[in-house]
Ligand binder design. Structure first.
Ligand SMILES: Nc1ncnc2c1ncn2[C@@H]1O[C@H](COP(=O)(O)OP(=O)(O)OP(=O)(O)O)[C@@H](O)[C@H]1O
Length: 239
């Protein structure tokens, strides 16, 4: 079943068409990666799905409901949780309090304490829970923000380049983290450059190029697609 269904979406900025007549389906329960070279339109499509941009044309369905006109907060209320590229945790507050603030929307009392411990353990942040968030490494700040997004217990988690600025080890741990909450049933859409990471987590992949869909399919299909491998994932992206 399609949890997200992007139908014929176009986004123009003045004379520039950043996203052109794109169809994209994210099925419930999958980890779906959106990839493509610089300037392909990935971030623009991500912003269209989360509601930060209105499309010039086209329709976006979430769980079969037309959300094209809805503001980002309304989409979050429907079950989307969004992590943009740069970490935006509350740096002046301890790690634990960042998680607590995010949990407030869904939990209270003992349930909130239990969920807080579960998330801190899942994120490997329990030993650092008393530290100020601003004192964490860049990778840990990214995990903390993923944890804040998870605290909403979303149906769909949307991550824009979650491993930007991470070491290979941190990147691998992020992949394992994403796989663990996908195994619990969460659907995940990830915009990503790093093909090693895409291979680690993706079940299905959509390739964008010059604002258009260039290829789509299972991870195995995309990896075997010579046009994708040679032209779009080439040396600079395939570590
Ligand atoms: N707000 C904007 N105003 C004008 N042009 C924009 C805007 N956002 C993106 N663009 C243009 O749209 C095109 C697609 O950009 P986008 O950032 O979506 O690509 P991307 O695939 O995410 O690239 P990258 O991997 O480098 O982040 C680019 O030509 C970019 O310059």
């Amino acid at each position: 079943m399609a949890l997200v269904d992007v139908q014929g979406v176009t986004k123009r900025f003045g004379g520039l068409t950043a996203v052109s007549d794109v169809d994209l389906t994210v099925n419930a329960g999958e980890v779906h990666c959106l990839i493509g070279p610089n300037g392909a339109g990935k971030s623009t499509l991500f912003k269209l799905i989360v509601g930060l941009y209105p499309p010039t044309k086209g329709t976006i369905l979430f769980d079969s409901i037309d959300i094209t006109e809805e503001r980002p907060f309304a989409r979050v209320q429907r079950g989307m949780s969004i992590k943009m590229q740069a970490p935006s945790v509350f740096k002046e507050l301890p790690v634990r309090q960042n998680i607590q603030i995010a949990l407030q929307a869904r939990f209270s009392g003992v349930q909130r304490d239990v969920e807080e411990q579960r998330l801190l353990a899942l994120l490997n942040l329990a030993p650092d829970s008393g530290k100020l968030a601003g004192a964490l490494s860049h990778g840990q700040q990214q995990w903390l923000e993923i944890g804040m997004a998870l605290a909403l217990r979303p149906q769909l988690l949307l991550l824009d380049e979650p491993t930007a600025g991470m070491s290979p080890e941190e990147t691998f741990r992020t992949g394992e983290l994403i796989k663990s909450f996908n195994a619990e049933g969460m659907t995940v859409l990830v915009v990503e450059h790093d093909m090693t990471f895409v291979r680690q987590i993706a079940q299905r992949v959509t390739v964008l190029h010059l604002g258009k869909i260039f290829a789509r399919g299972s991870l195995e299909t995309i990896i075997r697609d010579e046009k994708v491998a040679e032209i779009y994932l080439g040396k600079t992206h395939d570590h």
